[in-house]
Design a protein around this ligand. Structure first.
Ligand code: SF4
Length: 171
């Protein structure tokens, strides 16, 4: 019998794809979810063609949806990320994912991230990382969480239950 598949930000799996060339390996989540699910890694920034290491980016305000901008140069990466999301989410739909764990505080993966009017400083508001926003729009019913919530055992159990329920609903 094939395992239920759950997507996860690749850096949480230990892949060194972050802007600084490092990872955010999360053994607790991998072990807990690994009992039940096959984890499918996705790194929107690396897979969309950005190098490792790379200059850090941030969200900046722009109408209703923030833009993804390189902090130092001001280069706008929004179009590149949107094009990647369209393609990759279509491919993920064919993989029948039943949940997704996203890395918090990332302008691509985070569900609630600071939106900065200038370089650094204090965020003016909160917004969704571009991949997280596209994922939620493409799969509105699918359970999606940031990894930080899963360190609370009750939240982790709840997420696992929601994934099983969503999976049954999809069959
Ligand atoms: S947070 Fe997302 S975009 Fe950033 S390194 Fe991890 S998987 Fe890649």
């Amino acid at each position: 019998m094939s395992l239920i598949r759950v997507g996860i930000s690749s850096c949480l799996l230990g892949e060194p794809v972050r802007y600084d060339g490092r990872h955010k390996h999360d053994p607790f989540i991998i072990t807990e979810l690994g009992h039940f699910f096959e984890l499918v890694g996705v790194c929107p920034e690396y897979e969309s063609g950005m190098p490792v290491p790379r200059d850090p980016m941030q969200l900046v305000p722009s109408g209703n949806t923030p833009r993804l901008v390189v902090i130092r140069s001001g280069q706008d990466m929004t179009g590149q990320m949107h094009a990647f999301c369209k393609c990759r989410l279509a491919a993920l739909a064919a993989e029948n994912l039943c949940g997704f764990v996203l890395k918090s505080n990332s302008p691509s993966c985070g569900l609630s991230v600071g939106v900065y009017p200038g370089t650094g400083g204090t965020p003016a508001s909160e917004g969704r990382g571009l991949f997280a926003a596209a994922l939620a729009a493409r799969f509105p019913e699918m359970p999606v969480v940031e990894e930080r919530w899963l360190h609370e055992p009750a939240q982790c159990s709840l997420f696992i239950e929601r994934v099983f329920r969503y999976c049954r609903h999809m069959q």
